[in-house]
Design a protein around this ligand. Structure first.
Ligand code: ADP
Length: 630
């Protein structure tokens, strides 16, 4: 039987013997003596012929009596029975006889006469199923072809038995025919020392073969060696178990392929990737790359510079952890770019720098594609534009101030020309009339009307000039506070009586005192000026309406002076412009004014650590209140 498996190279013999052991488990055997009684029959035999008897029950029974029982499973049962009778009579070896079964399967049968010397002792019948196993493959005379193929494969192939001995090695594994022959049946360590090769390498391979035998699992590892031409060689070695049909490990195949070329390419690729990442790490902009789940795959060093946080700590964390901003609009954009619904997006975000300062970053989001993983991700760059932004705002502020100044100048020139032109026209025409009157010898009373007009207009101009002077003094910070202890009720009453009671149109201002009056320390000149301005406005902007009122109220820590009128009021949307230089509401039309008075009032009140409040409704009236601490 062994001979039938033998090949040109005797190293296949071991494989065959293994096959035999393996197959023998599957053999149905019957042994009979010369009296043709059953001496031995195994359980597989009973199973194969579907006999209702156990092997024990069959022993000593006559073969010819039972033959008709198991002939039933064969297609040609009569012919079968005939051979049962005839073969033992001839007592000649019959090998691998093919018998077709009724169920479609095929059985192979061997008949072996048992001799003791020249004496016939008995007969053995062996039945086995016909399968296309490794051994049968060899039997088909393919062994030489296969072996040749194994030798010509451009990779090392070796087969080991479970004792770690070489059963087969191809030419790539052991180059010389002599050495190959020597190596069969030896361990790798024995062969390596015989061939004067690295024992360390041998040990490593033997360890791996042992592991495969122990764990019945393949192992893959990389082996580095120096080629005869002194070049580093990289081998990818695989060691895997070979199982028989019962699932038992039968042998181990070790094979290798030279991956030096791939390795060198890998090194080159790694070098250029390293170079690429080094370049990325040296740029000032933050570069971020995520995977398809928006988890960070790469963040360059610029991030650390900017935020003070280690880029590594964000590895595999969501991109939003890194930015830690609650910009849901931005999150939505990121998702839509990742989904390919949008090509890219640019914008600004602000984060806290490592110094805890707000940094403004310009971001650019793009969809990336990972060729290796065949997945999309997000590629983002962040540019620090804080300084740029600061310069921009400073520039904008400068432009705004310049614009305001220009507007102020225009307003000032308009106001001054208007405020001076009107009295000057009156003065000029009055002077002309006066000249005529003097020529025509008019009376003193008649002349006086015009001289008074001239004096009034000059007074107006003087007071206007004084106001202007006051503002410039205020702006230069040249006004010093001189306080004195004063009875506030008397002080207010005196101002009203001296300047307003009565006003030009005959109206008066009523003073109303609430709660117990208190004396206070004030700068009389300043407060008089402040008060005059708001009382004058109350009369000026309520012409034809009821008398304005002045309400004095004293509390524990402060006193208030409110001037109330039923005049034109101030448009709601213009209220915010009150107390700015030269501001005049749009509803003042032909009521003359300079837009200076309220600034002076506010400044003087603030010099007393007080403040001014305004309530006003268009066409209903206004209340200006000075709140002053004692
Ligand atoms: P002006 O000389 O124009 O009165 P002010 O600085 O005193 O300058 O006042 C600024 C503007 O505030 C006025 O032009 C007017 O539009 C508004 N204003 C001030 N007081 C009153 C008031 N009592 N009633 C209506 N508008 C007022």
């Amino acid at each position: 039987m062994l001979n039938s498996y033998s090949t040109n190279e005797s190293n296949l013999v071991m494989t065959e013997s293994l096959d035999f052991i393996f197959e023998s488990v599957q053999l149905a055997i019957l042994i009979e003596n010369t009296e043709r009684k059953i001496e031995f029959v195994n359980p597989l035999f009973c199973n194969l012929f579907q006999l209702k008897y156990t092997p024990q029950q069959l022993i000593n029974t006559k073969v010819l009596a039972t033959a008709n029982l198991f002939s039933l499973i064969f297609e040609k049962s009569a012919q079968f029975e005939k051979t049962i009778i005839e073969y033992p009579e001839n007592a000649e070896l019959v090998k691998s006889e093919v018998w077709k079964l009724r169920n479609g399967k095929t059985l192979l049968r061997d008949y072996l006469p048992i001799y003791n010397g020249n004496t016939l002792n008995g007969h053995i019948w062996i039945y086995r199923e016909q399968k296309l196993s490794t051994s049968s493959f060899y039997k088909e005379n393919n062994s030489a072809l296969l072996e040749n193929a194994l030798h010509n494969i451009p990779g090392e192939i070796a087969i080991f038995n479970l004792d770690n001995q070489i059963v087969f090695a191809n030419k790539a594994y052991i180059n010389s025919h002599e050495k190959r022959k020597w190596a069969v049946g030896k361990t790798l360590t024995q062969y390596f020392s015989y061939a004067n090769l690295s024992l360390e390498t041998a040990k490593n391979r033997v360890d791996n073969i042992s592991k495969v035998i122990e764990h019945k699992k393949a192992i893959v590892w990389e082996e580095v060696s120096i080629s005869p031409l002194q070049q580093t060689q990289y081998l990818l070695r695989t060691c895997h178990p070979v199982f028989n049909e019962n699932g038992e490990i039968e042998s181990v195949i070790e094979q290798s392929i030279d991956i030096s070329e791939q390795k060198n390419l890998e090194f080159k690729l790694k070098k250029s990737t390293d170079q690429f990442f080094n370049t990325l790490n040296s740029v000032n902009d933050v570069v971020i790359h995520t995977d398809d789940e928006l988890k960070l795959k790469f963040v360059n060093k610029a991030w650390q510079e900017l935020s003070g946080q280690l880029a590594e700590q964000y590895q595999s964390k969501p991109i939003f952890d890194l930015l830690s901003i609650k910009r849901y609009d931005l999150y939505a954009k990121v998702f839509s770019i990742l989904a390919g619904k949008q090509t890219g997006h640019e914008g600004e975000v602000s984060i806290l720098s490592k110094e805890g300062k707000e940094k403004i970053l310009k971001y650019n989001l793009q969809r990336s594609f990972d060729v290796e993983e065949d997945k999309h991700g997000i590629l983002a760059t962040l540019t620090d534009i804080t300084n740029h932004k600061l310069q921009e705002t400073q520039l904008l502020e400068l432009v705004k101030k310049e614009k305001e100044l220009n507007e102020l100048k225009t307003a000032f020139v308009n106001m001054v020309s208007h405020e001076l032109r009107t009295p000057l026209t009156v003065i000029s025409s009055s002077a002309e009339i006066l000249e005529l009157m003097i020529q025509t010898g008019k009376s003193y009373e008649e002349v006086c009307v015009y001289t008074k007009q001239i004096i009034d207009e000059v007074d107006k101009m003087t007071s206007f000039m004084q106001d202007l002077l006051m503002v410039s003094k205020i702006e230069a910070g040249k006004i010093v506070v001189h306080t004195s202890f004063v009875d506030i009720v008397q002080f207010v009453q005196r101002i009203c009586d001296a300047n307003f009671n009565p006003w030009k149109d005959g109206r008066k201002i009523e003073v109303e005192v609430k709660r117990e009056p208190v004396k206070a320390s004030i700068d009389q000149k300043m407060l008089e000026h402040a008060l005059q301005n708001i009382i004058q406005n109350a009369f000026k902007y309520s012409s034809g309406k009821a008398n304005p009122k002045l309400r004095l109220s004293f509390s524990k820590t402060y006193f208030t002076i409110s001037v109330i009128d039923n005049g034109i009021g101030i448009p709601k949307n213009e209220m915010e412009n009150l107390f700015t230089s030269f501001f005049r509401a749009t509803n003042t039309s032909n009521i003359s004014g300079t837009g200076i008075g309220l600034i002076v009032t506010k400044y003087f009140t603030e010099q007393h650590k007080g403040y001014v409040t305004v309530k006003s409704i268009m066409n209903k009236g206004s209340i200006f209140t000075l709140k002053l601490p004692y």
